[in-house]
Write a protein that binds this ligand. Structure first.
Ligand code: PGA
Length: 253
């Protein structure tokens, strides 16, 4: 059975003190995790070591970076390499979030390079894809997502893509309070799984967790996650409130 995952994305929020308090509050909740139901916390770079110590003490909880450099090492002031994350024993890294694509000019080619860096350093990528509103209005979203997957991932061979996590995050739903309906999410997740099946075969495609992101809240998580191809969520705003994120974790299948 593929993993069901509730992944928090703190983005550029919280001080270290606030973040540690939030983690304490969440980790002391009844999370009902097991080897098929995980919680992941994508936190800002300076907090990774401390938060990773907190999640390491809790079964089926993991820490993630929100990004990594496309370069291996060297004169890249301000960048953080995949190797550095690996040296902190960070298991996951988000790659290709729409905010990185949009505000920091991360192209498909750069993202493909980041994916390689992550895999070379044994990090599990959470690869994000998603269409803007204009694409959805033209009903071109399936082709848009397929092209993002092809450009970012399809240079990989079968063994590399095992254990991957993909997050479908329609840009029009991120931070807007406008969630995709569970039908829209299921339809796209099934499409993504079909594209993966065509490329890598059913066994691998069925092992990849596909998360939905975009205004996942405590009051809509259960319905969204109940669809057969929705394997949990990548959660921004609601992951900053302990009671809400606990409830979202408990909504996993
Ligand atoms: P949101 O963000 O839950 O605040 O919409 C989701 C994300 O960007 O990962």
């Amino acid at each position: 059975m593929r993993k069901q995952i509730a992944a928090a994305n703190w983005k550029m929020n919280l001080t270290l003190g606030q973040g540690k308090q939030l983690m304490k509050d969440i980790l002391s909740g009844e999370l009902e995790l097991n080897e098929n139901r995980e919680a992941v916390f994508a936190v800002p770079f300076p907090y990774l070591a401390e938060i990773n110590t907190m999640t390491a003490g809790q079964k089926n909880c993991y820490t993630a970076a929100q990004n990594c450099s496309a370069e291996k090492s060297g004169a890249y002031t301000g960048e953080v390499s995949a190797e550095m994350l690996s040296s902190l024993n960070i298991p996951y890294v988000i790659i290709g979030h729409s905010e990185r694509r949009e505000y920091y000019g991360e192209t498909d080619a750069i993202l493909a390079q980041k994916i390689n860096m992550a895999l070379d350093n044994k990090l599990k990528p959470i690869f994000c894809c998603g269409e803007p509103l204009a694409v959805r209005e033209k009903e071109m979203q399936n082709a848009h997502i397929e092209s993002q997957l092809r450009a970012g991932l399809f240079h990989l061979v079968n063994v590399q893509i095992e254990n991957f996590v993909i997050a479908y995050e329609p840009i029009w739903a991120i931070g807007t309070g406008r969630t995709a309906s569970s039908e829209q999410a299921q339809e796209m997740h099934a499409h993504i799984r079909k594209v993966l099946t065509d490329q890598y075969g059913p066994e691998i495609a069925n092992s990849i967790s596909i998360l939905y992101g975009g205004s996942v809240k405590a009051n809509n998580a259960k319905e969204l996650f109940s669809s057969p191809d929705v394997d949990g969520g990548l959660v921004g705003g609601a992951s900053l409130v302990a009671a809400d994120f606990i409830s979202i974790i408990r909504s996993l299948k």
